[in-house]
Write a protein that binds this ligand. Structure first.
Ligand code: SAM
Length: 348
């Protein structure tokens, strides 16, 4: 999805988000830099990127999913430029350091879950397929959705569904979950989908009533927004001057975070704005926004998931990070909408 513009954003010095035609092979010199694919999946983006990179380039790929990592290891076997990390992209700075890499020329993130994950009923991501209510991207660790729903308080469930699903009927759904588990635990995807459908109607035409609840639980179980916030902060520290960041998001919560992070890194902080310093003497923006790209009409027609996709691209400027290595003025983690219960727990 958005394959060519994403790869083009990383390798074409003249990348233009407004253009309908992206310069591809042959027109662009193949760079030999260091690149990161934070969301390998089945490697569609990685393969295209590798075809545009020089023989001495490095591509470090991450995925939480063990099956995706298996596919990455197979790709690595035939291409020595590939380095594979099983883990969350939030830790990219630490993982790259362990590989003796401190700066990168491009980072791409294609957020959310992959089609193979949705299609495999055993993963529990789909309300259309009967399977265990799991929803973990990394099946080797963490708590499943069924385990979490069995012990979380009604208020906590409500907040997760309201904030991460932007679901108006979150309280009704949370109460129904709590009432239901008194008699029988929720074990499967259809247990949950049918329960939600029995208490709320969908607002959106053609959408299952449980769509928002499933999205919310998936985001919570995989800490998707925290991962994204940490990755955005890491990207600011890792990108070399001129390095590019390309992020594809699929819902407004993610896209808002990416947009706000790019805007925050372009602006002066409030504290700086109050200082009696001339504009030209202030720390310069550390990111330059290069625009956003939406799927083509054809892509959206071929793949319903593509309809909500947004690619945002930014370029690291020459300016030094304003506060040493911390980039704390961006403090991307603050952009994550936190359920109250989690905030309270963190404050304690
Ligand atoms: C939309 S798919 C990516 C598809 C990929 N671009 C391709 O061409 O095949 C998202 C992938 O990212 C992984 N993922 C999502 N969040 C992650 C995170 N925080 N850290 C590492 N991997 C993540 C998922 O397991 C999934 O395999």
């Amino acid at each position: 999805m958005l394959l060519e513009p994403t790869v083009n954003a990383l390798v074409d010095p003249d990348f233009d988000a407004k253009s309908d035609v992206f310069r591809m092979d042959g027109d662009i010199q193949r760079p030999d830099g260091v690149y990161v694919d934070g969301t390998f999946g089945r490697g569609g983006h990685s393969r295209l990127l590798l075809s545009r990179l020089g023989p001495d380039a490095r591509l470090v790929v991450f995925d939480k999913d063990p099956t995706a990592i298996q596919a990455a290891i197979e790709l690595q076997a035939g291409d020595p430029r590939v380095m594979v990390v099983h883990g969350g992209f939030a830790s990219m700075q630490e993982e790259l350091k362990a590989l003796s890499l401190t700066q990168v020329d491009g980072i791409m993130l294609d957020l959310g879950i992959s089609s193979p994950q949705i299609d495999d009923a055993e993963r529990g991501f789909s309300f259309m397929r009967e399977g265990p209510l799991d929803m973990r991207m990394d099946t080797t660790r963490g708590v499943t959705a069924a385990q979490w729903l069995a012990q979380a308080g009604v208020e906590e469930i409500k907040e997760v569904i309201a904030k991460y699903g932007e679901e108006r009927f979150a309280f009704k759904i949370a109460k129904a979950i709590a009432a239901r588990r008194e008699s029988r635990p929720l074990h499967t995807t259809l247990d949950l989908a049918e329960l939600v459908a029995s208490v709320v109607r969908t607002r959106e035409k053609g959408q299952h009533p449980a769509t928002r609840t499933f999205q919310a639980l998936r985001i919570h179980i995989n800490e998707e927004l925290e991962e994204l916030a940490r990755a955005l902060a890491a990207a600011l520290r890792l990108l070399a001057p001129g390095g590019r960041l390309a992020v594809i998001s699929f819902h407004s919560l993610e896209d808002r975070m990416v947009k706000q992070c790019i805007m925050a890194a372009r602006r002066r902080s409030e504290a700086q704005a109050r200082l009696p310093i001339l504009e030209k003497d202030l720390p310069q923006p550390i990111l330059k926004a290069l625009g956003k790209v939406l799927p083509t009409t054809q892509e959206a027609a071929d793949n319903p998931r593509a309809r909500s996709a947004v690619l945002r691209v930014a370029q690291r400027t020459e300016a030094a990070l304003p506060f040493g290595d911390t980039a704390s003025f961006v403090n991307a983690i603050r952009l994550v909408p936190q359920p109250e219960s989690r905030q309270t727990r963190r404050r304690r």
